[in-house]
Write a protein that binds this ligand. Sequence first.
Ligand code: KG4
Ligand code: ZN
Length: 344
Amino acid sequence: MLILGIETSCDETGIALYDGARGLLAHALYTQVALHAEYGGVVPELASRDHIRRVLPLTREVLARAGAALPDINAVAYTAGPGLAGALLVGAGVAQGLAWSLSIPAIGIHHLEGHLLAPLMEKPAPEFPFIALLVSGGHTQLMRVNGVGQYELLGETLDDAAGEAFDKTAQLLGLGYPGGPQIARLAETGRAGQLKLPRPMLHSHDLDFSFSGLKTAVMLQVKDRALDTQAKADIAAEFQTAVVDVLIAKSLAAIEQSGLARLVVAGGVGANRELRVNLSAAGKRSGFEVFYPAPEFCTDNGAMIAFAAAMRLQNSAGAVSPRGSGNFSVRPRWDLASLEAVNP
Ligand code: KG4
Ligand code: ZN
């Protein structure tokens, strides 16, 4: 079963070919970071237009690299939401058109399900059930994952997402977008603890998060002050440590409450080295295992979309419509917990 995966929910065009038996055959990513850089964030209309330019050349490239041709494909998976409406429509339109012309199914995938299942592409893969810490640019959630499509929300951010906090803090420090990798780099020369930033909701006795106060605290540090490189690095280091402290404390609490011994980290912030090192150490101390996707599959990519479709197809023989209908919609807002379970 060969699946073409298409991801166009935001500012990255991701294409991949995943084979049910052989695994990931090829993937390619085009990032629009440079296109949006001067605006300090993603401009939706520019994003959609650029996806249109990239999606077919990237698909050809991925097919060539895998030594495959269009007729070899058995299904086309695409991100149906959540995300930017116009950007989603590009991927959905191409996927539905391809599926219709090839008489194969088109499978709309929830972007966050893609992120959540991405760690299962690694070896060893975590077994269900597990706790997932989903930390992306738009979401920060702790979930209990019992199987494909079985996602129980345990806690989430009440305001900004962790990735969003990285991006906004980077902007305050005069760094570029996306902020996560830039903050992480600057933090390497910084001294956490030189100044003190809050750890929001650390002792709230629930599994929710809040990051907007942290961003405000950084704003107060940079306001009306000329900061030298060292002072900025110190803020970056303290900010990163504050976010990591909260993410680890809440993950530990979720593991404890659930009685499970497996934690899966997914989403762009999951690429953060400080988080990975400290979370794995906490896991060792407390007796649970931590699983991560490869760093390139933490951030948006086509492989996770093809893979999520493969998991759905494997677990639900015959449940997908046999051919793209030509009639489709996307869901810019879409609750992950509303997905239907796929029976093993
Ligand atoms: O999952 P993702 O690619 O897109 C969404 O679905 O949102 O996540 C992007 C987010 C951005 O906010 C980016 O700043 C953050 O992930 N990010 C990082 C790192 N790499 C990406 N945050 C912290 N450390 C990183 N190394
Ligand atoms: Zn994402």
